[in-house]
Design a protein around this ligand. Sequence first.
Ligand SMILES: Nc1ncnc2c1ncn2[C@@H]1O[C@H](COP(=O)(O)OP(=O)(O)OP(=O)(O)O)[C@@H](O)[C@H]1O
Length: 326
Amino acid sequence: MTLRQLAAPPTSTGTGAVLSCRGLRKSYDGRLAVDGVSFDIGKGETYGLLGPNGAGKTTVISMVVGILPPDAGDIRVAGLPMTLRALAAKSRIGYVPQEIAVYPDLTGRENLRLFARLYGLRAAAARARAEEVLEVVGLSGRAGDRAGTYSGGMQRRLNIGAGLLHRPDLLILDEPTVGVDPQSRNAILDDVTALSGRGVAVLYTTHYMEEAHRLCDRVGIIDAGRLVAQGTQRELTALVGQCDRVRLGATGDLASAGEALERLGSVRGIAVGADGIELLDTDARTALPAILAAVSGAGATVRSVTLEEPDLEAVFLHLTGRSLRD
Ligand SMILES: Nc1ncnc2c1ncn2[C@@H]1O[C@H](COP(=O)(O)OP(=O)(O)OP(=O)(O)O)[C@@H](O)[C@H]1O
């Protein structure tokens, strides 16, 4: 499959998709933040929007959940058109924003009961549903404690629980692990996997390649407002083609070393970091002596060399010429 095929808008009409987005476009003060984004998510499918800070992920989500009107494009949730007043479409979505939104003075249980009542459940149903959701997000043991005493990760899980109370078809999580401890992060990723196993469609944004790798059936790579490619991870890594991925642990003048490497004919992408350089090369084994000579000739010292299989990070580097972590 070619890059053009992968990056082109999906050809299906979105029939049967839980979420269908076509040609989304949005500018802020004349600056284009989202530029022609199209994708579908099916039942039980986890779709990751992977891109660096400022790529446009939150803007896409704000349009999908109906709090920001697109300048152009069409959004359907379970076939229902999304607009600012589309209550039926919105009722199918569970949205977990980047900012934690729980009441710190209420217990976890009280928070969920309150949100369930706000979703329109009767008191008895709200109580029962709160207990089910506490179980799903693994907070039953702390349900009687004030949310303000929870760790950041537990508050985030409570927030995810609040998004599940009305049994949505589509769960949208905007960078849910930012600022979360590793244990809670793992628990959140497990929660998402379990929910998708129950048939919930998930839209997950992240700038962490490992999360997209672990969770997502399909990934859309977003950069500067454009979906530069989308597909399964296998389809995306195939875009890197026959390139080898080389990590050089190095010290010294890495910027000059990067410039020297760019001049080598076999190098296809390069990212200079604080403690080394990552590059894609059409034939690293043959080119390695030239690579090492270019780096040391530019005043840097190579401490380690690793050859690895291309991953989503390498795909981003290949498509944009930059590192996801820039
Ligand atoms: N309300 C706003 N007014 C003006 N510009 C905005 C606004 N919101 C976002 N932007 C700009 O639009 C672009 C996309 O931002 P967006 O928040 O959607 O990206 P993101 O991928 O979610 O990044 P982050 O992970 O940092 O939130 C950025 O250049 C950002 O500065």
